[in-house]
Design a binder for this molecule. Structure first.
Ligand code: NAD
Ligand code: ZN
Length: 360
């Protein structure tokens, strides 16, 4: 048995207003004045001076605004890489992603593809990346996915939705400034926050659980309860704590795995384009059978925050849609093995998943 040797984010700043230190933090990483920093910024911030006026641009640095309406695709990464190569005179000094999981994942993927040949989809899988990525920095503006700590970047490709899981994917630097999350709309706050809660439930109830994952998972779970159940926190405390819950939730799954909700939500996303946070909620809401306590508390949180999930999203689907969705979900074997155990194939059948999807 050999244990995995995982990279962690080597440098992290935490604190309200710490975003102001971005300039000082990246300055020593500038290769020369020709090699720009490229900032990927969620286009929700376009025209919001409170953030954009604090982006430290010098020499040939550039901002690229990116919409988070759709989750990242391998073709989008290829196009961004191409554009950067064509429009900059030198290999960039680094990529700085400012946004939610969507923008963070794009920053990770582009920083890898600027130093590795071929198409992005060639690298979807485990440990396929050959060369170290460009210096890349993550600045989350919404909390929950754990994308800021993870060693993966989740991408939808021509054949599958699968991450580039590699030691080079992890950010070189993360800036955790909870103040940046203050304007997230309530529904989105809940959905992305529940991604974190579901990471904890799936990790803590999985067969891969170990003391490493448990220690992070329990901390994250407790923080989620403080934030979403107890309701005694100020907005600032809640923002601070959710940012740390996300971090710990991400660390928890690093050494274990996610489970049923993630496997099935990947299927939904692949066929219907359902986004990760809301997709996980739609699925998790129907998983009492697998996570009875977790789902009970989830329903309580939905009630408390007055969240109404979309229903019947699979009602109009044809058999071939269900087949694609189910095959996508079933292909994520480690998730099922973690959730159910080695013999998961005995109970997790095509028909079982179809019956579950039909409820959604
Ligand atoms: P997101 O990045 O898709 O953003 C969701 C919405 O919130 C968008 O409309 C965005 O514009 C908005 N938003 C973000 N910050 C805001 C702010 N401060 N104020 C107002 N609006 C704001 O959301 P997400 O849930 O963080 O990320 C989902 C993505 O993360 C998916 O693509 C998923 O695959 C990925 N993911 C990655 C990992 C990983 O380990 N790499 C883990 C989980 C999820
Ligand atoms: Zn997730």
């Amino acid at each position: 048995m050999s244990y995995k040797n995982f990279p962690m984010v080597p440098r992290v700043v935490f604190g309200r207003g710490s975003f102001n230190q971005l300039s000082d933090i990246i300055a020593p990483k500038r290769i020369n004045t020709k090699a720009p920093f490229i900032f990927f910024i969620d286009d929700v911030f376009k025209g919001r001076a409170s953030l954009t006026s604090r982006i430290p641009l010098s020499y040939h640095d550039r901002v690229i605004y990116i919409s988070a309406d759709e989750e990242p695709k391998t073709s989008q990464v290829d196009a961004l890489v191409e554009e950067i190569i064509l429009t900059t005179n030198a290999r960039p000094s680094g990529i700085i992603g400012i946004g939610g999981g969507t923008i963070l994942d794009l920053a990770k993927a582009v920083s890898i593809m600027l130093t590795n040949e071929g198409d992005t989809s060639d690298y979807q899988g485990w440990d396929l990346v050959k060369n170290p990525a460009l210096y890349h920095v993550g600045v989350p503006t919404i909390s929950g996915t754990g994308a800021e700590v993870s060693r993966t970047t989740v991408l939808t490709g021509p054949e599958k939705k699968l991450g580039i899981n590699s030691d080079y994917t992890t950010f070189d630097q993360v800036i955790l400034d909870p103040e940046l999350t203050k304007d997230v709309p309530k529904e989105q706050w809940f959905y992305t926050g529940m991604d974190c809660y579901i990471h904890c439930i799936e990790s803590l109830n999985g067969t891969y659980l170990n003391a490493f994952s448990q220690s992070y998972g329990e901390k994250s779970y407790d923080l989620c309860k403080e934030i979403f159940v107890n309701g005694a926190l100020t907005p600032e405390e809640s923002q601070d704590k959710l940012m740390m819950a996300s971090w710990h939730g991400g660390m928890s799954i690093a050494y274990s795995q996610v489970g049923v909700a993630h496997a099935m939500s990947y299927g939904l996303s692949y066929v219907l384009g359902t986004k990760h946070g809301i997709g996980n909620c739609i699925v998790f809401n129907h998983l009492e059978e697998y996570y009875p306590q977790g789902v009970r508390l989830f329903k309580e949180m939905m009630k408390r925050h007055d969240i109404n999930l979309p229903e019947n999203i699979c009602a109009h689907l044809e058999d071939y849609h269900f087949d694609t969705m189910i095959n996508m979900a079933l292909s994520l074997e480690p998730l099922w093995e973690n959730a159910i155990g080695k013999h998961w194939k005995k109970t997790i059948t095509h028909d079982k998943l179809k019956a579950l999807y039909q409820k959604m």
